[in-house]
Design a protein around this ligand. Structure first.
Ligand code: GUN
Length: 295
C-alpha cells in the first residue's frame, strides 16, 4: 500500500512555483497576485482562505484578502467583483464558497471575468474543460489529477467511481477522469444521493474518488482488493480531546480501508494541500496569460 502524500507533493509544486516567481523577479517582472473574497465568518472558510493567503506568501506571490460581512448584499458583492475584474494588479481571484443565503451563487460566479477565474467555476471555463480546451481546471480535481500523475497511478481502462456530484469536485472530476490522455481514459460512474445500492458499484471500482462530506462513509467491505482510494472529505467532527474541539475527518474509514488498497490519500495531508498548490498553479497561469497579452 502506498500513501499518496499530498503534503509532500504540494511542497514540491510550491518549490517549482517559487523557482518561476524568482525568475520573474530576476527579470524585473510583476509577480502573480491572487485575491480571495470571503463573505461572513464561517470558521472553516476562514481557515481555508487563511491557508491560501499563507501559501501565496510562501511562493512569493502578492495576495489580497477581501473580507465582507455576513449581511453583504448581492449587489455589494457584485460591485466588489467588478472592481477586482478591472484591477490590473490582480491576476486572479476566488470567491470562497459557500455564500450566505441572500446571495445567488451562480450569479456571482458568472460575474467573475473568465480570465481571472482561477477556481475554474465560470461556465465558460467549465465548458472549455469539458471540451478538452486549455483553461483553469478547478483546483481540487486538478490536484487529484496531479497526485495520480506524479505517482504514476494507471487510470487508462480503469473503472473510476466518483461519489458526490458537486460542481466543485464530483462533477468536474467525473469529466476529467473520462477525458482522453493521462490521467484519464477511465470508464466513469458518477454516484450521488439517489444512487441505489452504492456498495454494488464501489465494490467494482478500480479507483474511488469520494467527495461526499460524510465522515467514515466508505468502509473496507465496500471496496475490492488493491483499489485506489482518493478521499476528498474534510468534515470537522467534534472531539473533546482535541485542543481545537474538533478533528478533521475524511469520507473514508482509513484504518480499515488502507489495509486493502494499492494507493490511498490520508486526511489531512492528502487532497487538501494539493488543492491549494493547484490554485497557486492556476494563478501563475493567469499571470503568464496576462503577460502574454501585456495586461
Ligand atoms: N469552498 C470549498 N472548496 C472551494 C474551492 O475550491 N474554491 C472556493 N472558492 N470555495 C470553496
Amino acid at each position: 500500500m502506498t500513501i499518496l502524500d499530498g503534503k509532500k507533493v504540494s511542497n514540491e509544486i510550491k518549490d517549482e512555483i517559487t523557482a518561476e516567481v524568482n525568475k520573474m523577479k530576476a527579470n524585473g517582472e510583476k509577480v502573480p497576485h491572487l485575491a480571495a473574497v470571503i463573505v461572513g465568518n464561517d470558521g472553516a472558510s476562514l481557515t481555508y482562505v487563511g491557508s491560501k493567503v499563507r501559501a501565496c506568501e510562501r511562493v512569493g506571490f502578492e495576495s489580497t484578502m477581501v473580507r465582507l460581512s455576513n449581511t453583504t448584499s448581492e449587489v455589494e458583492l457584485l460591485d466588489k467583483i467588478e472592481e477586482l475584474n478591472e484591477n490590473k494588479e490582480i491576476d486572479g481571484f476566488i470567491i470562497q464558497l459557500p455564500l450566505p443565503p441572500q446571495i445567488n451563487t451562480q450569479k456571482v460566479l458568472m460575474a467573475v471575468h473568465p480570465d481571472k477565474d482561477v477556481d475554474g467555476f465560470h461556465p465558460m471555463n467549465f465548458g472549455k474543460m469539458a471540451l478538452d480546451m486549455s483553461t483553469f481546471i478547478p483546483a481540487t480535481p486538478f490536484g487529484i489529477l496531479e497526485l495520480l500523475d506524479r505517482y504514476g497511478v494507471e487510470t487508462k481502462g480503469k473503472h473510476t467511481v466518483v461519489i458526490g456530484r458537486s460542481h466543485i469536485v464530483g462533477r468536474p472530476m467525473s469529466i476529467l477522469m473520462g477525458r482522453r490522455g493521462f490521467p484519464g481514459n477511465s470508464t466513469v460512474t458518477l454516484t450521488h444521493s439517489h444512487t441505489k445500492n452504492i456498495t454494488q458499484i464501489t465494490s467494482q471500482a478500480d479507483i474511488i474518488i469520494s467527495a461526499l462530506g460524510i465522515p467514515n462513509f466508505l468502509k473496507a467491505e465496500m471496496i475490492k482488493d488493491d483499489a485506489v482510494v482518493i478521499d476528498v472529505g474534510i468534515t470537522r467532527v467534534p472531539d473533546e480531546n482535541s485542543t481545537k474541539g474538533y478533528v478533521i475527518t475524511g469520507d473514508v474509514d482509513f484504518k480499515n480501508v488502507s489495509k486493502k488498497v494499492s494507493y490511498i490519500t490520508p486526511v489531512p495531508g492528502g487532497v487538501g494541500p494539493m488543492t491549494i498548490a493547484m490554485l497557486l498553479k492556476n494563478t501563475l497561469l493567469a499571470r503568464e496569460r496576462h503577460r502574454a497579452s501585456s495586461i
